[in-house]
Write a protein that binds this ligand. Structure first.
Ligand code: GLA
Length: 753
């Protein structure tokens, strides 16, 4: 494992536990991509494939007497533009003389221990094993220098890439595109998998066999978005959850993004990933530099589950704030779906009391506690308490809640302002808005221009006051609209193409300031649910509210879609009331609990409206969640693929690192007539060991029916790991609405059979 340069072959090799990446400095001084995939353990031997003369290419004689060279088919590490490679480019510029071409040649390299932090941006955090290969490329004609970083996370099978672009010329360079990642693959035998969605329906998986065209997965909304997550996979057509070659790429960025995948005339594939493009431009004065966000790459030969597990390990170990890695996070209750805007101190304390009696550990006061916020048309920006609702303010409320043995959390939506607010009256120019044009409202709100220092200072000042005054353990950081009219009053007209990225940098600066000043404050990200569910936000917020859709059955798909990249320990998930407020569906409390437990686990309902039976069930869920906490949060997560493809039920499981225990979860999503007994093959167990499991067998009655529950008898069963994985586990017969099982498999003490 490590990074090597083979002088004789002029080949760079990056080797992780199971993967390898190679590139070569060719005879023309270009950086040629050679290989990415499973370990080869030797330098790739020269291949014939690229020795073809393809029309419409740069004159090869300029590069030596190599008649068969064709830039347009050549695999490159970071493609320039305008000089004969007609595929999607990694970088585009306008030079001082107006010329548009970029042609990069190799200059040199360094291998460094650790990695450079990215100024102003979240990044993948290094550890003592981390190594960086830094390669310098240059276009001497326009004076552009590009430093490509390849950062190795060998145990996780991850290579992180980013680029720094420096103007070494005499005049002003305008960047039109600066990708974090440009990567050429040999062949086009891939399916592209990406995750699209909308509010309350995030991260639906779509899988397309690549054809000869340019695919774009992008968000131009100034946020990573509900609509297209900044994560894609390329895998063998035959790959499934358990086997096949799979690549994944994700951007550590929360603003707009663009991922392009192109299959070229020679049936090869290029992927380019970076910031959103619409209107983007960035002025680079002589000596100035531009840093792209990190892009995270991983490969697994063990199917989609294998690839997801690499990303999960990386996010848990290198993205989320380290102080939250090994600390159990509180089981919370949020008042949003219990009260919406209609609450006062008495109501909140009543919820807190009931919650404390159930064993819940934190109360989160959601939207509506500040300014004149009695509905969603006023108040954003006025971050001072509404004493009409909460006399004595947050200090008194937080003290009362702490007295009940609960922590206290608070909702904020920092980047927003309502037209009806004191803040907007005082500083109308602080909102992003076009001169002379009516500003596009969404949920009656505008977006503050976070690129401005005075806006950041105002917000930090408000939050500091709140955090110093009251005992606040948690903040929910919301963001409830996409950007529009992205015009910053502080930027000159020719630099408005910088406004969207500068907005994002301003948000990160505020988050950085807050998390530095209050490192133990737990921040849960949110953007109308999962509209900013990305590694950029996860760098500051160890958990993110996954979706405003709290219907347990619909959540299964949202949690599954999100799990392709993100670990369950980052997924804000709550048990809410039945019938559900988004779908109107009724689902048993047991099922709602099992689904929410595959996340951070919490509640979002009025506990005063629960029956005694439901309360007892919740007490049991809290006991179970505490017992299985580390198995769920740190165990190896498997989607049990055969199950959900059939649409009948979904199953997923967690296996502890030493394979001594596993937690199997199953929910019937669509009941069948004369239902086939559900069965599923388990994963990740020790085949030679025997596992004991207690299975609830229901006699009479209906699952989840309070009037006729029947009786439940616990039957202890024992199976070999081999049988569970090769033959499968057969659940008891199911009936009723959305029955679910959560079964704990424990390795027998003798370990064998
Ligand atoms: C967004 C969030 C919700 C809730 C409301 C409050 O929609 O996703 O959870 O906080 O805002 O207005």
């Amino acid at each position: 494992m490590g990074i090597y340069f083979d002088e004789a072959a002029q080949v760079f090799v990056l080797r992780t536990a199971n993967t390898e990446y190679q590139m070569r400095v060719n005879g023309f001084g270009m950086l040629e991509h050679l290989y990415y995939g499973a370990r080869l353990d030797s330098v790739l031997q020269p291949v014939r494939f690229f020795g073809r003369d393809i029309r419409m290419h740069k004159d090869p004689l300029d590069r030596g007497n190599e008649k068969n060279f064709a830039l347009d088919a050549y695999p490159q590490e970071y493609a320039g533009s305008g000089v004969g490679d007609y595929r999607v480019s990694g970088v585009e510029t306008v030079a001082p003389d107006g010329s548009l071409s970029v042609d990069l040649v190799y200059q040199g390299y360094q291998i460094l221990d650790g990695r450079q932090a990215l100024p102003g941006l979240p990044f993948v955090r290094p550890d003592s094993e981390t190594k960086t290969l830094e390669i310098t490329m240059q276009d001497p004609v326009i004076g552009l220098c590009v430093k490509l970083s390849y950062i190795l996370f060998a145990q996780e099978d991850v290579i992180v890439r980013n680029a720094q672009l420096v103007n070494q010329g005499q005049g002003k360079l305008i960047l039109k595109k600066a990708a974090s990642l440009c990567l050429d693959f040999f062949g086009s035998h891939f399916d592209l998998i990406h995750f699209h969605g909308r509010h309350c329906a995030e991260r639906n998986m779509e899988r397309l066999p690549l054809g000869h065209q340019l695919y774009t997965v992008a968000s131009e909304r100034g946020m990573s978005s509900h609509h297209h997550n900044p994560f894609v996979m390329l895998c063998d057509h035959s790959a499934d959850e358990y086997q096949g070659r799979c690549y994944g790429a994700a951007l550590v960025y929360s603003g707009g993004h663009r991922i392009q995948v192109e299959v070229d005339q020679c049936n090869n594939t290029r992927i380019v990933m970076g910031l959103a493009s619409k209107g983007f431009s960035w002025e680079l004065a002589p000596g100035a530099s531009f840093q792209t966000p990190d892009a995270v790459l991983s490969f697994s030969g063990k199917g989609l589950n294998g690839l997801s597990q690499n990303f999960h390990q990386l996010i848990r170990g290198h993205i989320i704030p380290p102080q939250f890695r090994d600390v159990r996070r509180p089981i919370l209750i949020n008042n949003w779906e219990a009260t919406y805007f209609d609450f006062n101190t008495e109501k909140i304390l009543q919820i807190a009391q009931e919650a404390s009696d159930l064993g819940i550990e934190m109360l989160v006061l959601d939207d509506g506690w500040f300014g004149k916020r009695n509905d969603d048309r006023a108040g954003l920006g006025d971050w001072f308490v509404n004493e009409e609702k909460l006399p004595g303010g947050l200090r008194v409320l937080s003290e009362e809640i702490h007295k009940k043995g609960l922590k206290f959390g608070l909702w904020l939506e920092p980047e927003m302002v309502n037209g009806v607010s004191e803040l907007y009256e005082a500083h109308p120019d602080w909102a992003l808005q076009d001169p002379g044009r009516e500003t596009t409202l969404s949920r009656a709100q505008m977006v503050l221009d976070l690129s401005r220092q005075e806006v950041q200072d105002y917000l930090f000042g408000c939050f500091q006051k709140i955090l110093e005054d009251a005992q606040i353990d948690y903040v929910k950081w919301d963001f409830n609209r996409s950007l529009a009219n992205v015009y910053s009053a502080k930027l000159p007209e020719e630099r408005q193409g910088e406004a969207a990225h500068r907005f994002m940098l301003g948000t990160y600066a505020l988050l950085e300031r807050l998390t530095t000043a209050y490192p133990d404050l737990l921040i849960e990200g949110c953007a109308s649910g999962g509209g900013r569910y990305d590694m950029g936000m996860l760098y500051y917020c160890p958990q993110i509210w996954l979706s405003d859709n709290t219907d347990a059955i619909l959540r299964i798909g949202i949690q599954r879609g999100s799990s392709y990249c993100y670990p369950v320990s980052t997924m804000g998930a709550h048990v809410s009331a039945s019938p559900n407020h988004q779908s109107g569906r009724s689902t048993p409390i047991e099922t709602r609990g099992i689904v929410a437990m595959s996340g951070t686990f919490g509640f979002e309902l009025d506990p005063g409206k629960l029956s005694e039976r439901e309360k007892n069930e919740i007490r049991q869920q809290i006991r179970d969640f505490r017992k299985y906490y580390w198995l769920i949060q740190k165990g190896t997560y498997f989607r049990l693929g055969e199950a959900w493809h059939e649409g009948y039920f979904s199953a997923w499981m967690f296996v502890s690192e030493d394979r001594s225990e596993a937690l199997l979860n199953m929910v019937v999503e669509r009941m069948q007539g004369n239902a086939i007994v559900p069965a599923v093959r388990l994963q990740g167990l020790d085949p030679g060991a025997s596992y004991r499991v207690e299975v609830p067998i229901r006699r009479g009655g209906w699952y989840g029916n309070p009037d006729n529950p029947g009786t439940v008898e616990i039957q202890t069963e024992s199976y070999s790991g081999a049988q569970l994985m090769e033959y499968g586990f057969v659940f008891p017969a199911v009936q009723g609405d959305y029955p679910a099982y959560q079964l704990h498999f424990v390795k027998e003490p003798d370990g064998g059979i």
